[in-house]
Structure formats: C-alpha cells, structure tokens
Design a protein around this ligand. Structure first.
Ligand SMILES: [Zn+2]
Length: 429
C-alpha cells in the first residue's frame, strides 16, 4: 500500500488490511471487522458475513452520516461499537476489531498483556483498556467499549471476545494491533519455556530517547545501478519477513554492504510493510543520504561492517518464537537438528541496553556471531548474501519454535559434542 494513504481510497485501504490480517492468521474467514471515518463523517466498513479471504473493494459498505447505507451487502454486525468509538473520540479515524488467537487467550483468562515485554510496544499501544462482556452487536457492547476509549485508550481487550483498536488512520491502527498481538504471542510462548521478564518504564524511555539520524548528511548523492539493485533486494526481504511473520510494522532493520564499508539500510519510523525503494537510506563514507533518517540501529550495522569483512548483510528483527527466548533469558540451544547448528552454531544473548550506541558493545560488533539475541529487544542475524541471512533467520525461528512446542512433550535431547564435532569437520572446515 502507498505510504501516502490519504491518496488511497478507504475501500482499498480496508481490503488491503483485512487481507493482510487474514493472511497473518489474525482473523478467521467470518470474524473481525474494520472501519474508517472520512472527512464527511461517512463511515466505511467491512460487510457482514462475507469471506475475509476474498474480500474486494466493491464489497466495502459506506454508512453515510445520515444513516443511509450504500453498498451491496449489510454492514458488519459490530457496526454499533465502531460508531460509538468515533462518537466518543473525534481523534480516532479508523477502528480494527478481530479475534486473534493470542489476544483471545488473554481475553478468556481475563488478563491484559503487559506491553513492557519488548522495547517499542508500550509506546505504540499505549495503556490497554478492558471492556466487560456484552452481547455481540448490541448497543450495550458499544457503550462499554466507548467508555474505555473515553479514558484515552486506543486498545481495548474485550472480555471473552477479542480486541478492538483505534488509530489516527488505518495504518496506525494496524500497527497497534500487530504490536499488541505480538506481545501476547511472545508472553504466551515465553511462558511455555520459562518466566517472561518485563522491561522497566525507564528502560523503555531510554530506548525511545535514543538519538536518530546522528550521521552527518551527504552533500550530493549518486545512485549507481548496483546500489538500486540492492534497494530492491532489501525491500523484497522486508516484505517477505512481514508476510512470513518474522517482522512487524513497528520494528526491524535490514541492511546490505554496498562498496567497502558503505551500505544501504532501512529507515526509521516507516511502516515495514510499506517500505519502498526510495525509503532505503544510503550510507557513504559515514554520511547519510540527504533528507533521510536511517534506522536507530544504523551505528550497529556500520560497526559490524567495519570490523567483520565477511558480513555483507544484516537483519535485526523480532519474531515471536525467538523472542520467547529473548524475554525469558532461557538458553536457545540450536543443537536440535544438524541444519540448525551448521547454519547458526551457538547463539549468544546480550543484556537489553547493550545495543544502545553509547555502550558500543563489543559482543555485538566485534564478536559478531551469525545470530545474537538482545534481551527484550531483537535478534540480530548476519551473513553474506541477504537471502542467505534471511534463511538463517527462518532456521533460527523454526528451531526456537520446535523447542517451545516440544517442551510440553519432554526435555530436549541435544546433538552431543562428538556429533557436533563431526558436523564441524564435514560442513564448516
Ligand atoms: Zn467480534
């Protein structure tokens, strides 16, 4: 979807996001609904009981300010609470409601996920409200939800039902939805292998106050064909990571070495799903491309490239099963199957905050391993070709998933030292 969403019709925005939510396993065919309110006060909303997997722009309904319904279906049965939210909160222009599995887990045990589990989520989600159970589709349900939004919340857990989120636009609401479901998944998976540990508000504030764009700007920029090719490669991998559930809108940095220590890197503050060629930032001779702000983590990428000549691409991201280890501090033993150990060797973990620029952590930049977990923050994967680095990320996430799932069956039996030695001789020397 174009970043300039003001130029994308509400119908097209809604169909794009609902299909993204469906493909990412965050709604069923029948469940969930999305709406947007436009400048006229007309509300665009998904239809009732239409397949979410094949929704078209022409299926979207418009409920006019005066109540007239335009469209070929009935509006969503949950339209009353969408309307109640817009009436309660004029700053909210879009609403998403769904029954994503991890957040429903919280809803049915009547808990609210603590967003201090990862660095950026508290800032994106804000405080989370809680609306008690009411009959679906009723005005009563609209009232209890609107009450929570009136308190200033933009995300509300619906008791024994699901989640509802608001945003200043649809992208903003989606980003909040995705981050909150990610927190819920991470806490759930983490709880299967250990005890999740949460960041303090001070640690989160420190993350938010990190300097951005500290590199000086270039005087003039040139774009060679190999540079443009790398931009395309980065965009493709970012898109693929989002689609495969290995990256969310609000977090993740991908870079590729270009010439010597010059590199190309993703920007800060742009929704990862929508990153385009001209968003990628060129870093040359320690200068950033004019008018663009590279990721806050650009300094880590820069130092890794300087000190590790064999590293030609880096992915820094959050994926749910790897973060289960990152938030519990449990050791991720990749001596699970030969492939995992051959690709990743042993994965280290560093404390939260050691990845901030001021700490110049040598475990990250000097002893740069193929995969490294930064507690409550991210996984950093390095490699030669970008596709290979992406594959390492997938292998790491799969390994983490197998361990989390296997944990309920019994204790993992790792490949022994002798077997690892044989792997080393055959595949790594
Ligand atoms: Zn519902």
């Amino acid at each position: 979807m174009s970043k300039n969403i003001k130029l994308v019709h509400p119908r097209d925005q809604i169909t794009e996001i609902i299909s993204r939510i469906y493909r990412r396993g965050m709604t069923t065919t029948s469940g969930g609904n999305i709406s947007m309110i436009d400048q006229n006060g007309d509300i665009w909303v998904t239809p009732s009981a239409i397949d979410k997997g094949s929704l078209r722009a022409s299926d979207i309904i418009c409920v006019k300010r005066d109540g007239t319904i335009v469209g070929k279906h009935k509006p969503s049965s949950e339209f009353p609470f969408h309307k109640a939210i817009y009436e309660a909160r004029p700053d909210i222009k879009s609403v998403i409601h769904a029954h994503p599995p991890a957040l429903v887990s919280f809803s049915i045990v009547r808990q609210i996920p603590n967003t201090n589990i990862i660095s950026q989520a508290k800032h994106i989600c804000g405080p989370i409200g809680y609306a008690s159970y009411r009959l679906p589709g009723s005005n009563d349900l609209g009232d209890v939800i609107a009450e929570e939004f009136k308190k200033g919340h933009k995300a509300v857990i619906m008791e024994n039902h699901g989640i509802v989120l608001g945003g200043s636009n649809l992208t903003d609401a989606y980003e909040r939805f995705e981050a909150l479901e990610f927190c819920a998944r991470t806490i759930l998976y983490g709880s299967q292998i250990g005890t999740p540990k949460y960041l303090t508000d001070e640690q989160i504030n420190e993350f938010e106050s990190q300097a951005r764009g500290v590199l000086p700007e270039m005087e003039s920029v040139s774009y060679s064909s190999d540079e443009v090719e790398k931009r395309l490669e980065i965009c493709n991998i970012v898109q693929r990571s989002c689609q495969q559930g290995l990256m969310i809108s609000s977090y993740g940095t991908v870079s590729m070495r270009w010439n010597n220590n010059d590199f190309l890197i993703t920007p800060t503050n742009i929704n990862r799903w929508d990153i385009d060629l001209d968003d990628i930032v060129q870093i040359k001779d320690g200068h950033r491309e004019t008018g663009k702000t590279p990721s806050r983590a650009a300094w880590i990428h820069q130092e890794i490239y300087k000190r590790n000549p064999k590293v030609n691409s880096i992915i820094m991201t959050q994926s749910p099963y790897l973060m289960a280890f990152g938030v519990t501090g449990e050791y991720l033993n990749v001596r699970t199957i030969p492939e995992s150990w051959i690709f990743l060797q042993d994965i280290n973990m560093v404390e939260y905050g050691t990845h901030f620029r001021k700490n110049k952590n040598s475990d990250i930049v000097d002893n740069c391993a193929t995969a490294l977990i930064v507690k409550n923050d991210s996984i950093i994967i390095t490699g030669d070709k970008l596709l290979q680095t992406f594959d390492y990320l997938e292998v790491a996430e799969f390994s983490a998933k197998s361990i989390v799932l296997g944990n309920s069956l019994g204790e993992m039996v790792p490949i022994n030292d002798e077997q690892v030695e044989d792997l080393r001789k055959k595949f790594l020397s």
